[in-house]
Design a protein around this ligand. Structure first.
Ligand code: HEC
Length: 399
């Protein structure tokens, strides 16, 4: 609500309209400078800016005006900002990107009201990406990598030398994509050094092709998608980086907007000074045994586990491949995450808003449910390739 501001601005706006020719009505609905620009700065410009990952910028009135109806459609359908989890009835998530209904209405009313510019006001600065509290190690692709021309998507794993000689607990992680328009997600793992090296050596050029990650026994350290800030793990928790292991990143390059450019993405880590009181791990549950029939739309499977011991769960990282449509996880019937429109390109870890995580007891039931659309004439099973599928959830847990 902004009645006071509206009253103050109204005469000014009328005045401007008068200068424009005198016939324009006083704007009564939302205006660009007063209502829309602050929302764009806060919720869209992380990606929709010159050089950002989105296909067009929303840095000026003219750019926003051209996109007014497209923005209305994208926010009404909840396609934008990209944020997969449903919120209703589920545990609240940290750093949610979902717009409120009132914010959606501003975009909608603004488009329908004729995308009025309104009285000029100093633009709200784009939301700044938050960095780490402290950077203890900076890791980088050893040499720039240029994705294979002709591909639209290139999934590539790289070893990033970390230089640590003793085991450290990672408590924060910040991915710094080099080619922002190309880097669509980055998953970070600790991998057996010999295994990482053999995969790297087997393929020419920097890194190796890897759609599904760097191997079964890889320890997940975190994940990143565009528009998210540095990840700070919940206070008192962290993931141990075994000094003997290699840090491997899987980078998804999407080449639709830019074509292949040399990229040298880097990664910052923050370590705990003393060992953390609550060492964490991403532990997984999955259904490996499905067989999705040819041309099966909306095909679902479930998996159930009983928690082997009590502990605290702080976040979830659901994972399927490109045929996934829905994925959800429940703990004793309580919704931890519910994705109704899975998009492989926006996968990330989701942490709960609660500062103390969610306790679970030994024997408590965890349910995972996955649904796919298989529009091919082959049946589809668990596997590492793009054309295979997965039904998997990682949990960030402590004892
Ligand atoms: C995290 C990055 C990100 C954020 C934040 C974001 N967008 Fe987007 N947007 C994209 C990308 C990338 C595309 C291209 C399509 C895709 O990959 O989904 C896109 C596409 C669009 C489109 C075109 C949709 C279509 O059907 O082609 C519109 C309109 C749009 N965004 C509006 C917005 C608005 C309005 C906001 C803020 C309320 C916003 N976006 C926030 C990344 C983002």
């Amino acid at each position: 609500m902004r009645p006071a501001a509206l009253i103050l601005l109204a005469p000014l706006a009328a005045c401007i309209n008068a200068n424009d020719g005198g016939t324009g009505p006083e704007p009564t609905g939302p205006t660009y400078h007063h209502d829309v620009q602050p929302l764009i700065a806060q919720h869209c410009q992380g990606c929709h800016t010159a050089g950002g990952i989105a296909p067009f910028a929303l840095d000026t009135f003219a750019q926003a005006e051209t996109q007014a109806f497209a923005m209305r459609a994208a926010v009404t359908s909840r396609q934008m900002p990209p944020w997969m989890p449903e919120e209703e009835g589920c545990v609240p998530l940290r750093e949610s990107r979902r717009l409120t209904d009132a914010q959606v209405k501003v975009f909608s009313d603004w488009a329908e009201g004729g995308a009025v510019e309104g009285a000029p006001a100093p633009p709200m600065p784009a939301k700044q990406e938050r960095g780490l509290e402290r950077v203890d190690a900076s890791l980088k692709l050893p040499t720039p990598y240029t994705p294979q021309a002709g591909l639209t998507d290139d999934y590539r794993c790289f070893v990033l030398p970390h230089g640590q000689t003793v085991d450290r607990d990672v408590i924060g992680m910040n991915v710094r994509p080099d080619q922002r328009q190309m880097v669509h997600h980055v998953l970070v793992y600790a991998v057996d050094a010999a295994l990482a090296k053999s995969q790297d050596d087997a393929e020419a050029g920097e890194g190796w092709t890897c759609f599904s990650g760097p191997g079964q026994d890889a320890v997940m350290l975190g994940g990143w998608v565009p528009g998210t800030s540095a990840t700070q793990y919940p206070t008192g928790t962290g993931i141990t980086l075994d000094a003997k292991k290699s840090v491997v990143v899987q980078i998804h390059y999407n080449l639709l907007t830019t074509g292949a450019q040399p990229d040298q993405t880097s990664l910052e880590l923050q370590f705990s000074e003393a060992r953390v009181p609550n060492p964490a791990a991403f532990s997984a549950m999955a259904n490996f045994w499905f067989d999705i029939p040819p041309m099966a739309m909306g095909y679902s499977v479930n998996a159930q586990v009983k928690a082997p011991s009590s502990g605290t769960v702080w976040g979830v990282f659901p994972h399927m491949h490109t045929k996934g449509r829905k994925i959800s996880v429940k703990k004793s019937g309580q919704c931890l995450i519910d994705v109704q429109k899975w998009d492989f390109h926006w996968q990330q870890s989701f942490f709960f808003a609660s500062e103390s995580g969610l306790k679970f007891n030994a024997g408590e039931q965890i349910d995972l449910s996955c649904t796919w659309d298989n529009a091919t004439s082959n049946d589809v099973k668990w596997g590492e390739k793009t054309s295979d599928e997965m039904c998997l959830a990682y949990f960030y847990v402590t004892k």
